[in-house]
Each structure stands twice: as structure tokens, then as C-alpha cells.
Design a protein around this ligand. Structure first.
Ligand code: NDP
Length: 287
């Protein structure tokens, strides 16, 4: 963190890198956090060409940058490029938050999982402990949230994916962490879940997942969550409502919560997320 009494010092610099990056909401979110907490910093978005991550990271660090957020498709590259990784980044196999230390070391963390769990438990008031969870998808986003979800002690976690083998292979990596299994979509027939989380990118393409009917318990608390976010309900949220889910949410809260954790790592102060979630929702809807 910069010296608060060094009035003439330039603000600490942070960036988010990805491709595409034009629509990233991270600069807006971090500027809101900085204003709210009185932190002097500058946060920009930067597009990086495929294959160019390590070079971009080195250049930014050499120019005095203090930290980086990393989004699609570079989270794995970031994992490989940093000098040290947190235990949760190690497990996730992906890094979304990098801190550059004064001694030249780079430290990689992953805040996606904690962001999802905080959005579900703190903002949505859901209890994951003892719940039957279904996680759809077996890509980077799914991998990053499995360990934090299992740490909440659900009754069970089923990972289901279009390519069943990927779900089975992913689940098998986490069997020591809790009750987890992997399968394809059709193998879900006849099963019931309290909470279904969509970590596929199907909603991005406007596609509906070929899921069997009746996956949700009939209870009032059955809940469906799409990690993708949009101004309107996503295709997955619409599917969930047709299936009788009373409550659904998109991933906007997760986005803000993972950013808050990154902000805390960098600035040692935890911002309030609720007003930023509201402001971001209004911004999306005003477009
Ligand atoms: P990946 O490309 O790593 O994985 C994509 C996954 O989606 C795979 O499991 C793939 O299945 C599945 N999939 C893609 N298209 C379809 C389809 N038409 N039908 C069924 N399954 C499909 O992506 P990520 O894991 O990185 O991201 C997934 C989603 O999570 C994105 O929408 C992303 O925006 C969101 N996300 C949101 C965050 C937030 O903060 N809100 C944070 C991180 C991610 P298969 O293996 O069969 O190809």
C-alpha cells in the first residue's frame, strides 16, 4: 500500500487483462471501492493477445504496477507465470489476482470461489452446509469454485458436464475434500438438488442446457445461480423458472465479491459490496 502522507506520489496502478476485455466491469467496480474507502489508486482494463500474457505481466510489473486481475482466457497462463501461489489458487489451477511485491516477486491468488460463496451465503442468505449441490460445467470457472463449495460442507456436490468425462476427471481430483461425483447431463435423471449453479458458458451463446426435467426439490428454498450476468434474466435463469425455481440469480454479485476480495488483498481494507452491486446493476440496465 502507498504511504497516505506522500501527497505528491503517483497513485498505485492496477489493471485487469483479458481478451476480449472491452466490456469488463472491473475498472468500474474497483473505482467504486477506491472512492468508498478513500484509497488513491488507478485501475484500467488492458487487452492482451493470445500467447502474450507473460510478456504483458512482466512489462506491467517492470513499469511499477502493483497488481493485476486476470480474466478469460489467461487465468491458467497467470497460474503458470507467478512466482508463488496461494493454496486456493493452487487447488483451482487458475489465478485471477496477482500482487507484485516490492522485492520483485509475484504472488497469485484465486478469489472466484470465495466470491461465489459470499454471494450465495451473505447476499442470498443461502446455507450451503447440508445442501445438495449441482454444479454444471467442468471448465475453469467450475474448477475454481469446487474447493470453496466443498469447504462449506454440503451434503453432496455433483459436477455435471456436456462432456461427461471432463466432469468425472475434475470431480476425481477433489474426492479428498468432500462428497463429490462427476457425470454427464443425462445421468442426472431422477436426482434432486437444493441449489444448481451454472458454470458453463452456454448462456453466453444464448443456449439452453439439455438437462432432464425435475432436478429441483419442490421446496421454497430451491435456488438456481448462473455465473454469467446480464441486464435481463439469462437463458439458464429462464429455464430455472420454468422448472419451478422461486429464486434465481445471475453472477453479478459473484463478480463484485471476487473483486472485493482482490481489493482486500491489495489494499488491506474490505469494501462494502452491496452499494456497488446495486450501482453495477443500474449501470447494466441503463445501457
Ligand atoms: P470454459 O471455456 O473453461 O468452460 C466452458 C464450459 O461450458 C465447459 O464445461 C463446456 O462444456 C460448457 N459449455 C460451453 N457451451 C456449452 C453448451 N452449449 N452446452 C453445454 N455446455 C456448454 O469457461 P469458464 O469455465 O472460464 O467460464 C464459464 C462461465 O462462467 C462463463 O459464462 C463466464 O463468464 C462465467 N464466469 C463468471 C464469473 C463471475 O465472476 N460471475 C467468474 C468466472 C467465470 P464441454 O466441456 O462439454 O465443452
Amino acid at each position: 500500500m502507498s504511504d497516505p502522507f506522500a501527497f505528491d506520489a503517483p497513485p498505485d496502478r492496477y489493471i485487469v487483462v483479458g481478451n476480449p476485455i472491452r466490456h469488463s466491469q472491473s475498472p468500474f467496480i474497483h473505482r467504486c471501492f477506491a472512492e468508498q474507502t478513500g484509497q488513491r489508486l488507478c485501475y484500467e482494463a488492458m487487452a492482451v493477445d493470445e500467447g502474450g500474457f507473460a510478456q504483458a505481466m512482466g512489462n506491467f510489473q517492470a513499469s511499477g504496477g502493483k497488481g493485476m486481475n486476470v480474466t478469460v482466457p489467461f487465468k491458467r497462463d497467470a497460474w503458470q507465470s507467478v512466482d508463488q501461489r496461494s493454496p486456493r489458487a493452487e487447488k483451482a489451477g487458475a489465478v485471477n489476482t496477482i500482487t507484485f511485491a516490492n522485492n520483485g516477486d509475484s504472488f497469485g491468488d484465486n478469489t472466484d470461489g470465495v466470491g461465489l460463496v459470499r454471494d450465495l451465503e451473505k447476499n442470498r442468505k443461502l446455507s450451503l452446509c447440508g445442501s445438495r449441490l449441482l454444479l454444471l460445467g467442468a471448465g475453469g470457472a467450475a474448477r475454481g469454485v469446487i474447493e470453496p463449495l466443498l469447504a462449506c460442507a454440503p451434503a453432496g456436490l455433483v459436477v455435471a458436464n456436456r462432456t461427461a468425462e471432463r466432469a468425472m476427471a475434475l470431480a476425481s481430483e477433489f474426492t479428498t475434500e468432500g462428497n463429490i461425483e462427476g457425470c454427464g447431463f443425462q445421468a442426472l435423471t431422477g436426482r434432486r438438488f437444493d441449489i444448481i449453479i451454472n458454470a458453463t458458458s452456454a448462456s453466453l451463446a444464448g443456449a439452453t442446457l439439455p438437462l432432464p426435467e425435475g432436478l429441483l426439490t419442490g421446496s421454497d428454498t430451491a435456488f438456481c445461480y448462473d455465473m454469467m450476468y446480464a441486464a435481463e434474466a439469462t437463458p439458464f435463469q429462464r429455464w430455472a423458472r420454468q422448472q419451478g425455481a422461486r429464486h434465481t440469480a445471475d453472477g453479478l454479485g459473484m463478480l463484485v465479491e471476487q473483486a472485493a476480495e482482490a481489493f482486500y488483498i491489495w489494499r488491506d481494507v474490505y469494501p462494502e459490496t452491496a452499494p456497488v452491486i446495486t450501482a453495477l446493476r443500474q449501470r447494466l440496465q441503463a445501457r
